[in-house]
Each structure stands twice: as C-alpha cells, then as structure tokens.
Design a protein around this ligand. Structure first.
Ligand code: KIV
Length: 272
C-alpha cells in the first residue's frame, strides 16, 4: 500500500495561511497513535500529560526526558502520516538552555519525534532560538502552562486581568519571534486567544482557549472519555471508553467465572 504523505512543519504553516484548522491530539503508545493517525489528525503530541493519564501523577512535573523518549519511540512506530511532536518535560525545560537543547536533540534523535514543544514565553525565547538554530523545529506553549501549576496555585485560567493579558500576548510574540513554528495557547479567555491568533503569523493551537485559534489540541484520554472523574469545561467527550472498557472486561470476567470463555472456537483440540 502507498504510504500517505507525511505532515511536515511547512505543511502546518501552510494550513494557517489557507485558514484551514489544524487538528492535534495526544498519544502515548503505538496502538492508540496508529488509530489516531488513521482518523486523519495533522499532528500527534506525545505530551507530558502522560504524567497524569499514563503514570497516574497529579501533575506533569515528575515526567522525565527518558519517559518522553520511550513514549515517542512507541508512537513513531504507529504513525505514518501525522507530524509527531515530543513534549519537553519540566526537568528539560526549566534548567539551563544547554540542557534543554541536549534533551530536545535526544527527543528527536532517540525518540524519532519531528519537532519539540516547550512551555514558557519571554523567558524561554533565547532557548527556543538556540534549539531552532540547531535545526530542531519548536512549538511554544503559553498561558496556563501546567508545569507552572505551583506558581499559579492550581490549574486556573490565566489572562483574566489586563496586565496578565498583555503578558500572555507578549509571551506569544516572543515565542514567535524566537523562531517557533507554532504555539499552544492553553487556559486563556477566547477573546485573548483570538487577538493573539490575529497578531502572530505562526499557527496558534488552542486548548481551553476558544474556537478562534488556528487549531485545537485535546488529550486523547479526555476526548475519548477514559477518565470518569475528569470533565473540565474545555473538554468534550466524543466517546465514553471508560464505560465500554469496564463493560467488556466485566463480561469477560463473568464468562471466565462461568466457564463460557474460552469456547470451542477459541481452543485447539488434538482429537477433532
Ligand atoms: O502535555 C500535553 O498533553 C499538553 C497539551 C495538553 C497541550 O501539553
């Protein structure tokens, strides 16, 4: 079968130019990644949200670069078309720019990601320039950046005051000027996201930032309804896989307990 054409960074930029929305979803393993890819998304993010949904932590801070590399490798094996973005975790992001560059290279070289995403605005501009100069495309991430959860005092919408709005706009501009090819706008008012989207030439990808961004990203476990107790306002569940999975496994358990599974068709017999 002919391989589908890979989505590249220039292709993502072209989508903004043509006013076509960019679709991005997270994935962490080969099976989910291949299903999500076949559904036709433009980009797959191996997000540090894996700290929450895969590792069971309360936030993304414990995730390491090795974790991201491991999950990127698995995702890369499942993806034929979508652009693969590896997230820079807290420890890679918040130390020296040399360490950030080294870890970005690791995510590209060993994880087979095609670009990296990192959280932070003006304070990360020099680091973004350095990574971009080395030939690694970078997506920025501003607004409610989850790695700063302790500084924000929780996962709270940012940009509610005029000063805070100005800072987030300046952050997005700094990220764009530093050479990022796109920027995630997370947890900010829709009007602010719309205004940023108008003022910068690179694509904005929203999560909890309204409909006027150039694209949208959701955590796959959220959009598929895998987590019963997590339903923030910005999430729409397009399926309730938690219910489907529990029903299927409890039916299996009941059939095992009642000697119904495995049936004849699931068994090889010597004499038959
Ligand atoms: O880690 C992640 O999944 C993310 C997205 C929610 C943007 O950063």
């Amino acid at each position: 079968m002919k391989h589908p054409k890979k989505v590249t960074v220039p292709r993502l930029l072209c989508l903004k130019e043509k006013s076509r929305k960019i679709v991005m979803v997270t994935a962490y393993d080969a099976t989910f990644a291949s299903l999500i890819d076949e559904a036709g998304v433009d980009a797959i993010l191996v997000g540090d949200s894996l700290g929450n949904v895969i590792q069971g932590h309360e936030n993304t801070i414990p995730v390491t670069t090795d974790d991201i590399v491991y999950h990127c490798r698995a995702v890369a094996r499942g993806v034929k078309r979508a652009h693969i973005i590896g997230d820079m975790p807290f420890t890679a992001n918040k130390m020296s720019s040399d360490k950030t560059l080294e870890d970005a290279a690791k995510i590209i070289q060993k994880g087979h990601a095609e670009s990296v995403k990192l959280e932070g605005g003006q304070e990360m501009a020099a680091t973004i320039s350095k990574i971009v100069s080395s030939g690694i495309p970078v997506m920025g991430h501003v607004g409610m950046t989850p790695q700063s959860v302790h500084a924000f005092g929780g996962f709270k919408t940012q940009g509610k005051t005029t000063d805070a709005q100005k800072k987030i706009l300046d952050d997005a501009i700094a990220v764009a000027q530093a050479g990022a090819y796109g920027v995630v706008l997370e947890g900010i008012p829709g009007e602010l996201a719309a205004s940023i989207t108008d003022q910068i030439s690179i694509p904005t990808i929203g999560i909890g930032a309204g409909v006027d961004c150039d694209g949208q990203v959701l955590v796959s476990y959220d959009l598929l309804g895998m987590l019963e107790d997590f339903r923030p306002r910005f999430v729409k569940q397009y399926a309730q896989l938690s219910v489907t999975i529990k029903d299927a496994v409890s039916q299996y358990a009941s059939e095992v307990r009642n000697g119904i599974f495995p049936a004849e068709e699931h068994t090889v017999y010597l004499k038959k």
